[in-house]
Design a protein around this ligand. Sequence first.
Ligand code: ADP
Ligand code: MG
Length: 353
Amino acid sequence: MNELLKRHSVSLGFLVILLVSLYFLQSGPSANAIHEFGGATMGTTYSVKVVDDRESASAQLLALEIAEMLKSLDREVMSTYSQDSELTEINKAAINEKLVLSTEMTEVLSLALDVNALTEGAFDVTVGPLVNRWGFGPEQRHPTRIPDQAEIDALRARIGSQYLAVDKTAATLLKKADVYIDLSGIAKGYAVDQLANYLDGRGYTSYFIEVGGELRIKGYKPGEQTWVPAIETPMDTAPQVHNIFYAKGESIAVAGSGDYRNYFDLDGVHYSHEIDPATGRPVTHNLAAVYVIDASAARADALATAFMVLGTQRGFALAQRIGLAAYFISKREGQEGFDDLYTSQFAHYLSPN
Ligand code: ADP
Ligand code: MG
């Protein structure tokens, strides 16, 4: 996990903490408390805020249970860093062998395939070998030599979601080629959904969950105040607020992707961690960041990654076609500043009423 990505993940949470504490300064103590806890997971950080008037002992237990859930989801299921995760086992397994999947892996792979189809291949979890070659994989070693076309073509021969045959009912996977799966573009969102389901099951009606910048929000803060997440300015500086929006008591997921925290520069070229499976190269267009609001954080996470690959024009057209709340921030050509473009579904969240 590199420092850049870490900083990115902390930023949204940081802003929200600021907003939450501002609220407390204004309104004083309330009958309902916000229990807040967090830690490290998936090579990044997480934070959970739950509105709750139960005893603080139950809040401590909740914090422990959530830490445990994230730990096992990461180390035992989704991680390419962990040597004995289910994903590592899948990546090591032989081709044409039926592999039995956990419920979590079945869900995340099925959704990944759905988003792959929806985005015409822009989101593709089999892009792993290219992610690694470009220096954004578990090793995180930025290359000193850019791969030539022959090397890219050789890697691309192993890439394609058509090589993944997932049987959702039987919970099995068959690899039809020597694929290597990378779930980094969807796993954090999936983790957020798992935590939200868990809190829902426990009867919590108001919370703010964040894993590496991906969110699930529900209900209101004490005093019927809406949660106010911030969109950060897509620059590799200390976090700055670019815009804010209002959850309005709705149950929503928010995910963002950007080219400005996890990248390297070589010979004057900016290489970001979003890889276009069609070219085998990091994307080069002027889209700096995308935010997606959806019911599912996993889907929002994957779609935000796909939009970074598709670029502003194609991404916006797709968001409009499927009626998705999406917000695109593009760098201005040849000058400072950004242009914002968002769908009407996102505009709904930009005004407080
Ligand atoms: P972040 O990790 O900053 O939230 P994303 O959700 O966009 O960003 O995930 C980016 C990660 O997903 C990359 O670091 C890489 O591991 C992986 N990835 C890169 N390109 C693609 C792609 N086209 N489809 C699926 N995953 C990708
Ligand atoms: Mg993503």
